[in-house]
Ligand binder design. Structure first.
Ligand code: HEC
Length: 149
């Protein structure tokens, strides 16, 4: 059974790797969609629509931490065209893009650290940890994303 589970993992991981290499645009959109889902759950708890739960809070932070540390791998040259809202500035201002990624990574790492083993103890602690992370969404999109109609 254990071998079976392990081999299923291996298959799904290699399937992901193939997709990511073949289609970095699709891969980076999937990462942003999981970021959006994590941000959505976080917002729901902060607004009180969802009861605060430290395990869910921890999982949202962990998702954003993973996204921030992998996201930059899916922007090879020549992928600013087509079905993407990535701005050409990502390649024109590579240093600025790198700085935005690093800020996102720094903020998610700090939140992961603050969330500890069992997740932030209460809503106030969660808000304090995730607030700076969520600020990255808007600032990066303003600088490095274009709206296409
Ligand atoms: C470092 C820059 C950066 C940060 C930080 C960032 N994004 Fe994005 N995001 C982008 C770029 C670039 C795109 C366009 C990707 C594409 O279309 O190829 C994007 C696209 C998206 C999309 C559209 C995905 C799709 O399917 O087309 C969503 C949703 C999104 N981001 C949500 C978020 C949320 C929520 C956060 C904060 C938790 C966030 N982003 C943080 C750069 C960033």
């Amino acid at each position: 059974m254990r071998t079976l589970i392990l081999s299923i993992f291996a298959v799904s991981l290699s399937a992901t790797a193939v997709t990511a290499a073949d289609d970095p645009v699709a891969a980076r959109k999937l990462l942003m969609q999981s970021a959006a889902a994590a941000a959505g759950v976080s917002g729901g708890m902060m607004k009180g629509d969802i009861d605060y739960n430290p395990a869910i809070a921890k999982s949202a932070i962990a998702t954003l931490n993973a996204v921030s540390h992998t996201y930059g791998d899916f922007f090879p040259e020549g992928t600013s065209e087509g079905d993407t809202t990535a701005s050409p500035k990502i390649w024109e201002d590579a240093a600025g893009w790198q700085a935005a990624l690093e800020k996102f990574q720094g903020d998610t790492s700090a939140a992961a650290e603050a969330s500890g083993k069992d997740g932030p103890a209460d809503l106030a602690a969660f808000q304090q940890a995730i607030g700076p992370v969520l600020g990255n969404c808007k600032s990066c999109h303003e600088n490095f994303r274009v709206q296409k109609n």
